[in-house]
Design a protein around this ligand. Structure first.
Ligand code: HAM
Length: 431
């Protein structure tokens, strides 16, 4: 009986694994050059961890189970609660600000669709203990720094920025009570995912017709200041502060040289319940795909997890949409290959296998990626295999070997030369 892979999961054959490693290596490089240190946590936690503050959507998508001690556990759907728990545990000894990154494997029981699976990898960067908008801008810069490195330009993607503080202040001014905000965020976050009519109907049900029109008009605003046509900020009030933060963030992003990647978009709400300030998502410019990444400020989460009141901001980027977009844009380099080798050693006869093995071991000890044919056989067949394996050079162990020579074949040019083995081993790079 053949058992298929579980719905929403992926098998990483060597070629897919090479692409995956290339993506993860880029994430790690961008994190390190922006001053983030790596951490990780367990792949399952107490179920309660995700019921506290992640929001209904994530709770509905949990893979949860009971362990043998009847404890309720869940596979991590995100790593932010684990980060909050870990930082709280050592809050007094960790130097601040904390700038950490991680690349966890996560599981969410979502309906599998383009860019959304049930198991995926997610790059996380977070800054804890720095309440200035500069930290939010740094998270956005690090995100763009990576996306720019892999070749995505402002013509391919946009960082859409808004603020929960801004949204909450506007919604309250329009006449929505504080208690209704959280459930309303859940709906507003779905605006682009639902057909316009379904969204409008659901909105009217929650807030009534008059307010719903104002909400829809606000969500379409093109600039922070144009919102003043709908509501007026009071000097020093919540809305005024939120507008100043957004402007401050835009000016920091300008100093960092990435304004051309960034736009204000009050339609960005974020699905998770814990965000409190600036929020952002990166989207492909055509809007064909789900969000490439999302994040924002979550100033209450550590406190909600029993720690002190300490501010935090960060983002998560999955590997699925990113890979689709890179592939559509032709940016997944054809040379990303699991099959790259320095040397392929070919014995022309079985009695040369002993010498072949000795040479292979020497080359591997010197640090060269080297493989050999287990069986001698037709030279052309072996050369074809070597070429399929992307070997830079073939070393042919033939009749010359009795005289202490090998034949070195450059696979890119096809040129070959006879070389004394001792000289070659003393300095393989010379040939
Ligand atoms: P999130 O919006 O739930 O945020 O996920 C962030 C990103 O993870 C998404 O934009 C997408 O790239 C990827 N992602 C989410 N679900 C799936 C899925 N089912 N399949 C493939 N990719 C997916 C968070 O998780 C926050 N914890 C991020 C964060 C870190 N906020 C602050 N720090």
């Amino acid at each position: 009986m053949k058992i298929p892979p579980v719905k929403g999961t992926r098998d990483f054959y060597p070629q897919e694994m090479a692409i995956h490693n290339w993506i993860v290596d880029g994430w790690k490089r961008a994190s390190l050059r922006n001053g983030f240190e790596e951490y990780d946590g367990p792949i399952f936690e107490y179920l309660q961890m995700y019921q506290i503050k992640s929001g209904d959507e994530i709770v509905e998508q949990l893979f949860s189970f009971k362990d043998r001690g009847d404890r309720d556990l869940a596979i991590r759907p995100e790593i932010t609660p684990t980060l909050a728990r870990m930082v709280n545990q050592r809050i007094n000894t960790l130097p601040k600000p904390i700038k950490w990154f991680s690349v966890p494997r996560l599981c969410r029981a979502e309906r599998p669709q383009k860019g959304r699976l049930r198991e995926f990898f997610q790059w996380n960067i977070d800054i804890i203990g720095e309440d200035s908008v500069l930290a939010d801008a740094e998270v956005i810069f690090t995100t763009v720094d990576y996306l720019r490195e892999v070749g995505l330009t402002p013509n391919d993607i946009k960082v859409k920025i808004s603020s929960r503080k801004f949204l909450s202040a506007v919604l309250k001014k329009i006449g929505i009570s504080e208690e209704k905000l959280n459930s309303l965020y859940g709906l507003l976050d779905k605006k682009t995912k639902l057909p316009a009519e379904a969204f409008s109907e659901a909105l009217i049900q929650q807030v009534g017709e008059r307010i719903s029109e104002q909400v829809i008009s606000f969500m379409g605003s093109q600039s922070v200041t144009s919102v003043e046509n709908i509501v007026k900020p009071d000097a020093g009030g919540e809305l005024d502060i939120a507008i100043k933060e957004l402007e401050d963030c835009a000016s920091r992003l300008g100093q960092m040289g990435i304004s051309d990647y960034c736009v204000f978009d009050p339609g960005i709400v974020r699905g998770l319940a814990y965000y409190t300030g600036i929020v952002f998502e990166v989207h492909d410019i055509q809007g064909d795909l789900r969000a490439i990444c999302g994040g924002g400020r979550f100033d209450n989460l550590l406190h909600d997890f029993g720690g002190p009141k300490i501010t935090a901001t960060g983002m998560g980027m999955g590997d699925c949409v990113l890979e689709i977009l890179l592939s559509e844009k032709g940016l997944l380099n054809q040379k990303i290959s699991a099959r790259s080798l320095d040397y392929f050693v070919l014995p022309v006869a079985d009695n040369l296998l002993d010498d072949t093995i000795k040479l292979v071991a020497q080359l591997r000890t010197l640090g060269f990626k080297t493989i050999f044919s287990y069986k001698s056989g037709s030279l052309s067949k072996q050369l074809k295999t070597a070429s399929e394996r992307n070997a830079k050079y073939c070393i042919i162990i033939g009749d010359e070997f009795k005289a202490g020579d090998i034949v070195l074949k450059d696979m890119s040019t096809g040129n070959q030369k006879t070389v004394p083995l001792n000289e070659f081993l003393a300095n393989p790079g010379k040939f």
